[in-house]
Design a protein around this ligand. Structure first.
Ligand code: PEP
Ligand code: MG
Length: 568
């Protein structure tokens, strides 16, 4: 058995598909039969065009846009002119001619003044590699079409790899590097795909076609290569148990989120891409508490246009049929890199140029998103959430820009939701400490524990070496959560939470007791969380919260909350 770090729970079986990203070696030689070589090139090229067409037809959203842009380039006859000439007139082999011919075009695009056109050179590079891979018969894995029960094994899965993944056929994911909060890990949790990171040399130990069992429970990730009969039956039994537990939760789809003594809260979903709204509906979410809009920017080589963003936001608000949909404005920087927005390397990116700081600086970028958000607000119950707010001045500045955009839309007669709610993330200790001031000038809070924990305890959220110190049970973190909730309530606004802690069954009684109004989590956690709420007694949770607030040690807090949860 091979161990790694679990990032998405579950048990599954399947066959390994290795994603190898090797350099393609192209030899240079002359051919005898130029016509046959030309035909070979043309047939290979047609295959790439046909595959791209098929992917474009089957995909949606940003991926469809990317594929359609690829197609437009592929259909331009000048793209392959140089390559064909090199084969026909000079007798070069197809692989070498493709390399040189396409490189000429790539250089031309790179030299263009228009930054959009210059960026297309990366697309042409991608196409060149796909054609060459076919020619040298080293076709890389087609991530959009995977065999059933694929266990994807890779050194790393980037955001754009993740965007392409054929999710219905993936039984598990194993990578050598990655983080619990990387795009692929969040996506795996959303889609309930067991996933393990940190298995050194996984791409060497595991081979294409190997049969494996993957088991993830919390941080514990186990890979069973060619499992024995005994291992197989143990894993199957565990899988059945998990299945039954899940089925037992189906009843909670119809239940309201009310404690035994009548205290109502809202259980809503965190999503990353518009399609995830389907999972929110399937799991009976009462709305969307966090739409991480930066994922739209991550899936694309270029910053998404106002129109593209508008379509994505509109799809979600319409899907949620009047239920609240909180969309967070761009939260880039820190651990979130986006190809289309190049940020300078910083010594301390988590404390640096990120999120609202970038948006207040690059007002055009911010306004494009705000226009898309406001226009989409006309089609449902949309609210805007600002990330990484640390001061009242930032909140005021952001609200001024929102007002400007509203005025611009008014002048053009474009409709939007007049009383649109503007809320903020409480994920910086300074914001929690001035929560009562901030609450006077916004419509809601959502506590981002993922960042709040790291900034309060000075423990980086993705650093494995100090992972033990990264804890939501730290009394300092809990005090700040209380500050935020009290600040909100004193000023008559609601306080939610969209950090991972909101979906933790052991933590929910404490959050109920502290008075949290809205719990936003991975869609797959909602039914279990509703069970915890329905079985809780609000008055008892308040007493529990008081007891916890008097404690000094994170270990004691954790022990007490687990003890409490296990007696329920
Ligand atoms: C958080 O910080 O808790 C949060 C929800 O935001 P993200 O994880 O996207 O930084
Ligand atoms: Mg955050």
């Amino acid at each position: 058995m091979i161990k790694g770090k679990g990032v998405s729970n579950g048990i599954n079986f399947g066959n390994v598909v290795l994603l190898k990203k090797e350099e393609l070696k192209v030899e240079e030689f002359k051919v005898d039969d130029r016509q046959a070589e030309l035909k070979f090139f043309q047939t290979t090229f047609e295959q790439v065009v046909e595959e791209t067409k098929q992917i474009a037809e089957k995909s949606s959203g940003t991926e469809k846009d990317i594929m359609e842009a690829y197609l437009a380039i592929l259909q331009d006859p000048t793209l392959i002119m140089e390559t064909q000439n090199m084969i026909q007139n000079e007798g070069y082999n197809a692989g070498y001619a493709t390399k040189v011919g396409f490189n000429t075009i790539i250089q031309m695009f790179k030299a263009m003044d228009d930054s959009y056109m210059a960026e297309r050179s990366a697309d042409i590079e991608d196409m060149k590699n796909r054609i060459i891979a076919k020619i040298v018969k080293k076709e890389s894995v087609n991530l959009s079409h995977l065999p059933e029960n694929t266990i994807m094994v890779a050194r790393e899965l980037t955001t754009s790899d993740t965007a392409k993944l054929d999710l219905k056929n993936i039984a598990g994911i194993i990578t050598e590097i990655g983080g619990k909060n990387s795009h692929v890990s969040i996506m795996a949790r959303t889609h309930e795909i067991p996933s393990i990171i940190g298995i050194e040399n996984a791409t060497q130990i595991l081979r294409d076609g190997d049969f494996i069992g993957i088991y993830v429970d919390g941080d514990q990730g186990e890979v069973y290569l060619n499992p024995t009969e005994e291992e197989l039956s143990k894993l199957k039994q565990l899988k059945d148990e998990i299945m039954h537990e899940k089925e037992a939760l189906y009843d909670f789809k119809k239940r309201e989120s009310i404690t035994k003594d009548g205290h109502r809260v809202e259980l809503v979903a965190n999503i990353g891409v518009p399609q995830d709204a389907n999972l929110a509906v399937e799991n009976a979410a009462e709305g969307i508490g966090l739409f991480r809009s930066e994922f739209l920017y991550m899936d694309s080589e270029t910053v998404p246009t106002e129109e593209e963003q508008f379509e994505s936001y509109k799809v979600v608000v319409e899907k949620m049929q009047g239920k609240p949909v909180i969309i967070r404005t761009l939260d880039v920087g820190g651990d979130k890199e986006i190809k289309s927005i190049s940020l300078e390397k910083e010594a301390n990116p988590f404390l640096g140029y990120r999120a609202i700081r970038i948006c207040l600086d690059d007002v055009a970028l911010f306004k494009t998103q705000l226009r898309a958000l406001l226009r989409a607000s006309h089609f449902g119950n949309l609210a805007i959430m600002l990330p990484m707010i640390s001061s009242i001045d930032e909140l005021r500045a952001a609200k001024r820009i929102i007002k400007d955009v509203e005025n611009e839309l008014d002048q053009k007669g474009i409709p939007y939701k007049r009383d649109i709610k503007v809320g903020i993330m409480i994920e910086i200790p300074a914001a929690a400490l001035i929560a009562d001031h901030l609450a006077k000038e916004c419509d809601f809070f959502s506590i981002g524990t993922n960042d709040l924990i790291q900034y309060t305890t000075a423990v980086e959220r993705g650093n494995e070496k100090i992972a033990k110190l990264y804890t939501k049970y730290h009394p300092g973190v809990i005090k700040l959560i209380k500050f935020a909730i009290d600040g909100a309530h004193k000023n008559g606004i609601f306080c939610g939470m969209c950090g991972e802690a909101a979906g933790d069954s052991y933590y929910i009684p404490l959050l109920l007791g502290l008075g949290l109004d809205e719990f936003s989590m991975n869609p797959s956690k909602i039914l279990k969380a509703r069970k915890s709420v329905c079985e809780a007694n609000f008055e008892e949770c308040k007493k529990l919260a008081e007891e916890i607030l008097s404690m000094a040690s994170a270990t004691e807090v954790e022990k007490r909350l687990k003890e409490y949860g296990n007696t329920k």
